[in-house]
Design a protein around this ligand. Structure first.
Ligand code: NAD
Length: 297
């Protein structure tokens, strides 16, 4: 049976690792926060990232940002020196394409294949095993990864060569930020003018303004029972992570000479929200506060 090492057991990595254990893979898991290690049922806890990497066939990371990924693989006690020569590495974190390519190149020198495989679908997708994987790397590497990814997700896309998965993910999240800010703005306008947010949401969902943020991740409290907005904006996808992704979009735009006026505005809105409202550790749909302070509790 394929053995899998998994590092980074936060909001996303924890449920993803749990689904792999449920699917029957032999797992060794590690996080800097010990209680998260114990939370992955059916997996052996590792004492360090190196311990999780030692002897495994496949090694997966799900970390916050590029500096964490670079440190994990290429840092002083990085796992690049621990992994088996024929190991397959899958980094599911959302990071800058440059770091993804740099780490993949350094591992390739040692004979290790690395894929960038950022995900979409949120914490619900991680828990339900319905994530979308957006993969950059070789087709042969993706073929090896498929049985692992299928145990955690419902859709797998090959975006192109190393780093391409991260570029596609950055484009997607920039669009999501624009849609979430626009949805919050439209709901606040309607409510200010006497409309019920649930009625307005239903009308727009069935009209041309319908979009994922409005339809399944509604930012107004109590419009949807299981939304982050209905639980005080806790958990979910943190505003800090969205501002990180919008920073990646800006970097990618600058490197390629692309104009991203809507993405730049979204980045400023979410950054203002994080700093002004102290909302960095809340779900990103709390951007609704900027437009309608009354939803803040
Ligand atoms: P999180 O902050 O909940 O989890 C990250 C985990 O990594 C933490 O538990 C932390 O302790 C651990 N960690 C950091 N450095 C480590 C190291 N050197 N060794 C071991 N563990 C380490 O973040 P998350 O929400 O799970 O997101 C992870 C990645 O997935 C991010 O890149 C994010 O942008 C992306 N993402 C998140 C969502 C979402 O809805 N939360 C959706 C899609 C993509």
């Amino acid at each position: 049976m394929t053995t899998v090492g998994f590092v980074g057991l936060g909001n996303m990595g924890g449920p993803m690792a749990t689904n792999l254990a449920k699917a029957g893979f032999t797992m060794k898991v590690f996080d800097l926060v010990p209680v998260l290690i114990a939370g992955v049922k059916g997996a052996a806890g590792a004492s360090s990232a190196s311990d999780a990497a030692s002897g495994v066939d496949v090694f997966i990371s799900m970390l916050p940002a590029g500096r964490h990924v670079e440190g994990l693989y290429l840092g002083d006690s990085g796992v690049a020196g621990i992994l088996k020569k024929d190991a397959l590495v899958i980094d599911c974190s959302t990071i800058d394409p440059g770091t993804a390519r740099r780490v993949a190149t350094a591992l390739a020198v040692k004979g290790i294949t690395m894929l960038d495989a950022p995900v979409s679908g949120g914490t619900a997708g991680a828990q339900n095993g319905t994530l979308t994987f957006i993969v950059g790397g070789t087709a042969a590497g993706l073929d090896r990864a498929r049985p692992i990814l299928q145990a955690m997700g419902a859709n797998i896309y090959h975006a192109g060569e190393s780093g391409a998965g991260q570029i596609a993910k950055v484009c997607n999240n920039m669009l999501l930020a624009v849609l979430m800010a626009g949805t919050a703005e439209a709901l606040a306008l309607g409510v200010k003018n006497g409309l019920d947010p649930a009625v307005l949401s239903e009308i727009m969902q069935k009209s041309s303004g319908g979009n994922w943020a409005l339809n399944v991740y509604n930012p107004w409290p109590s419009v949807q029972e299981n939304s982050a907005a209905s639980r005080g904006y806790s958990g979910g996808f943190l505003t800090d992570l969205m501002t990180k992704d919008l920073g990646l979009a800006l970097e990618t735009a600058m490197q390629s000479g692309s104009s991203i006026p809507m993405g730049s505005l979204a980045r400023n809105l979410f950054t203002t929200h994080a700093t002004l409202n102290g909302a960095g550790r809340l779900d990103f749909s709390s951007i609704q506060w900027l437009y309608a302070p009354e939803v803040r509790r």
